[in-house]
Ligand binder design. Structure first.
Ligand code: ADP
Ligand code: 5GP
Length: 209
């Protein structure tokens, strides 16, 4: 039987290691498709248009909103971020588990629109480690880092909306935990109702004899 993929949201404070974990997960396993978001923020050094993000002007982004080309979008620290619809629908239909690495406002929109989405929240072991990782990454000014850390306070309030809370201390352990949780989700009863009904029908054949 053809099985549709699972939609997975991965959120976490900026600097918690989401990008690093996703890169590792995709290099180890081939049933995952990572959605590339559109954003109005400027590319960081080394980021390529179409690989990390589709970099858009504010006008282009608002045009995507107007034409319903995004399945969710949000404003995060003064920039727009959103998930293009076409790729997600196409990959799910192909049976891939599609991962959206997005912040909490977007995560909540997705859960509302697609209630069987799996929501994962990634956290560093403690707040000091978060600050160290953000500073250590060296991609933002101290100003932007402070904004992101204060945004983390708000995001922490929303963690109960997620299904699983995963600590990214040792990278390898964390990647394997994310993989196991997604694979486990495939066995949820509500995802196999068609097959369950087929087995029920087959079993009833025994009663006839
Ligand atoms: P996010 O995508 O959540 O903003 P990143 O993946 O960019 O975070 O990670 C932030 C920084 O922390 C990067 O410099 C990355 O190399 C580092 N990092 C990620 N995971 C770990 C880990 N398990 N242990 C130590 N450093 C890590
Ligand atoms: P960054 O600027 O560090 O790449 O991303 C900032 C935040 O925006 C992160 O929390 C990231 O998960 C989130 N983000 C990235 N893409 C999207 C998206 O398409 N939609 C939403 N809602 N958030 C996104």
């Amino acid at each position: 039987m053809e099985k549709k993929g699972i939609l997975v949201v991965v959120s976490g404070f900026s600097g918690s290691g989401k990008g690093t974990i996703m890169k590792e997960l995709l290099s180890r396993y081939d049933n995952y498709a990572l959605s590339v978001s559109a954003t109005t923020r400027n590319p960081r050094e080394g980021e390529q248009d179409g690989r990390e993000y589709f970099f858009k002007t504010r006008e282009e982004f608002e045009e995507m909103i107007a034409s319903d080309a995004l399945i969710e979008y949000a404003c995060y620290v003064e920039n727009y971020y959103g998930t293009p619809r076409a790729y997600v629908e196409e990959q799910l239909a192909l049976g891939k588990d599609v991962i959206l690495e997005i912040e909490i406002q977007g995560a909540l929109q997705i859960r509302k629109r697609f209630p069987d989405t799996l929501l994962l929240f990634i956290s560093p072991p403690d707040a000091r480690t978060l600050e160290k990782r953000l500073v250590g990454r060296g991609t933002e000014s101290m100003d932007v880092i402070e904004n992101r850390l204060s945004r983390a306070v708000e995001e922490a309030e929303g963690i109960e909306s997620y299904d699983y809370f995963i600590i990214n201390d040792d990278l390898n352990t964390c990647v394997e935990q994310v993989h196991r949780l997604i694979q486990g989700e495939h066995s949820r009863v509500s995802r196999s109702l068609e097959l369950i009904n087929e087995i029920r029908t087959e079993l009833k054949e025994f009663q006839k004899g």
